[in-house]
Write a protein that binds this ligand. Sequence first.
Ligand SMILES: NC(=O)c1ccc[n+]([C@@H]2O[C@H](COP(=O)([O-])OP(=O)(O)OC[C@H]3O[C@@H](n4cnc5c(N)ncnc54)[C@H](O)[C@@H]3O)[C@@H](O)[C@H]2O)c1
Length: 252
Amino acid sequence: MTSRTVLITGAGIGIGRATATAFGRAGYRVMVTDILEDEGRSVAEAICASGGTAEFRHLDVTSSAACDAAVRDIEHRFGGIDCIVNNAGIAHKVPLGELSDEKWDRTFDIDLKGMMRLVRAAAPGMKAARSGSIVCLSSIMGVAYGWDEHVHYSAAKSGVVGLVRGLAVELASSGIRVNGVAPGYIRTAQALSEEHSLGPAGLEAAASFIPMGRVGEPEDIADVIVFLASDAARYLTGQTITVDGGLLVGRY
Ligand SMILES: NC(=O)c1ccc[n+]([C@@H]2O[C@H](COP(=O)([O-])OP(=O)(O)OC[C@H]3O[C@@H](n4cnc5c(N)ncnc54)[C@H](O)[C@@H]3O)[C@@H](O)[C@H]2O)c1
């Protein structure tokens, strides 16, 4: 029986897709949202084909109007939103000398402000229900490492940690929990990009200095997100959990 509704941003591929699939398996009604129409639709179809409940909705997190409308529509049709996973993100490689205001703003608009937009829209409904859970994707590049030629990304992902803390305190008395996940090196399009990140060879090389001896898979992150959203994490709020196979604690 479908009891809870989760909205996931950027859920057509990568960590978002794995997260949508994991929530589907856990019995949630999954609102798969993305700017990637075909990918998002196929994720929703796959969840339904395996007995779950899901639908796709186009959602660009840079639009306040679209975020507001998505939340209103879901609340109207299903009685509320139980969980939001703020996953959508971009990580473009831009050396400082080429980091225009527009490029900086674009990353912040998606990676940080987009998260605030959805929480702002959903908070009144969650407050009325006196229940809700929000999970935001940071990065090891936001909690510990500096990433050269990605300072806008590192800054935005550090901002996610502050967003999580501030929201957690502001919303705790309303029964709403807010947490973050900071993934290490995860095998997705983002990390596999030669242009913007490690690329396939760089990712495989990273496995040699990760204590657990392997790069992460999207499912490794998805399962932690589902845990943070669940009642098993009922006393946990304001934290950003690093999920990196021991990378940060193992490098010295
Ligand atoms: N892969 C990694 O190693 C890694 C490490 C640390 C953090 N992360 C973070 O995890 C999250 C997911 O990363 P991923 O590796 O799956 O990335 P990905 O590039 O595979 O997927 C990102 C998703 O975000 C969506 N998106 C981009 N702009 C959007 C917009 N304006 N509105 C709505 N959706 C938009 C994309 O369409 C895509 O579905 C991101 O926030 C990323 O920064 C990833």
